[in-house]
Write a protein that binds this ligand. Structure first.
Ligand code: ATP
Ligand code: LTN
Length: 327
């Protein structure tokens, strides 16, 4: 059976891009693959975090994943830091990644440009991500388009490790959807929507008040023309709305463009589709939030199942790289 693995950082409230670009595919992957999903709290530490807030967000993010339909009976759901193997394999990955290849990562360039304090962890971030993936003999990694370069590096590191030390890791494939893999900010449609950027009017939060969601969509930046066309270069705002509607309805953006002649009608349709996508998630989240100990139990069992896979894979890597076994 195909093994699917993916992760999400507890760096802020989950936004529509996370849902459409990645999380909805995690849910559908459960029908056909052996699925493992992880809240990557160690990755969140690459930028400064308030400890109490990080703890709360980590638990809430796990509850949100359950609310969108991650089913603990079919998937392994756990917190990255609960499985110590991630940090250890990350070191082996760091020692096999070059300074030059890490320096070329565009996410590092973007995030370090804006940061006052650039941690060493922000730089080595992709080595930890490769460790996450390789620890589970992963075949496929569903992610948004912004993770393409990190996935390519994970593959390169797996191939390099295998060629230096003998067959150790499965080389994973990225799974990037055709539609919704790059949801843009509603106010700055040439920038991706992000949970840690400060753009409240341009970002739709999955748990946000639904009237506020509809208002933000109706105020989304479009352009001074009037025709509805799917053209990401010339019409980024309109194309973003079409892509969002497409991801929510399953109809292609090109076909949708033919059904609307006015921006106002398109925006109303997008608002309705997004609100109806979010409503059931919010209802389910409210139920789960009332039972944090239920989530904690799911996470404990998830970490145990994850560790049972990660332990032997790490052992394989330790042996092949030449670390002396403990007697
Ligand atoms: P941050 O702002 O802290 O970097 P983020 O919102 O980009 O966070 P991540 O935790 O880095 O979210 O990503 C979780 C998943 O959501 C990843 O697979 C990522 O590719 C995807 N994703 C994030 N933003 C978008 C977006 N705007 N459109 C589509 N997919 C996205
Ligand atoms: N880097 C990813 C989050 C992430 C991840 C992973 C995704 C960490 N480890 C393993 C897939 C597989 C991000 O910024 N979205």
């Amino acid at each position: 059976m195909t093994r699917v693995f993916s992760g999400i950082k507890p760096t802020g409230p989950v936004q529509l891009g996370n849902l459409l670009g990645a999380l909805r595919h995690w849910v559908s992957d459960q029908d056909e693959a052996d699925t493992i999903f992880c809240v990557v709290d160690l990755h969140a530490l690459t930028v400064p975090q308030d400890p109490a807030e990080l703890r709360t967000r980590t638990l809430e993010l796990a509850q949100l994943l359950l609310a969108i339909g991650i089913d603990p009976a079919r998937s392994t759901l756990f917190i990255q830091s609960h499985v110590r193997e991630h940090a250890e394999l990350s070191w082996l990955m760091e020692c096999n990644a070059s300074f030059g290849e890490l320096r070329r990562m565009t996410q590092f360039k973007d995030k370090s440009d804006q940061a006052e304090f650039v941690s060493a962890g922000l730089f080595t971030y992709p080595a930890l991500m490769a460790a996450d993936i390789l620890l589970y003999d992963t075949d496929r990694v569903p992610v948004g388009d912004d993770q393409r370069q990190h996935l390519e590096l994970s593959r390169d590191l797996a191939i390099r490790f295998n060629s230096r030390y003998g067959d150790t890791f499965i080389v994973p494939e990225a799974a990037i959807a055709k539609v919704g893999a790059r949801v843009m900010d509603l106010q700055h449609p040439t920038k991706k929507m992000s949970k840690s950027e400060d753009s409240p009017q341009g970002t739709i939060l999955v748990l946000e008040d639904l009237d506020a969601v509809a208002k933000k969509i109706k105020r989304a930046v479009t352009d001074t023309e009037t025709d509805v066309r799917f053209d990401t270069a010339e019409k980024p705002g309109v194309s973003n709305l079409l892509a969002i509607l497409s991801a929510c309805t399953g109809t292609t953006p090109e076909t949708l463009a033919e059904s609307y002649t006015r921006y106002g009608d398109l925006k109303s349709a997008v608002a309705e589709a997004v609100v109806e996508t979010l409503r059931p998630i919010q209802e389910r989240f409210a139920e789960l939030a009332a039972d944090p100990s239920g989530t904690a139990a799911i996470l404990a069992s998830g970490a145990e199942k994850a560790q049972a896979i990660a332990g032997p894979v790490l052992e394989r890597a330790r042996t092949n790289i030449g670390l002396l076994p403990q007697s």
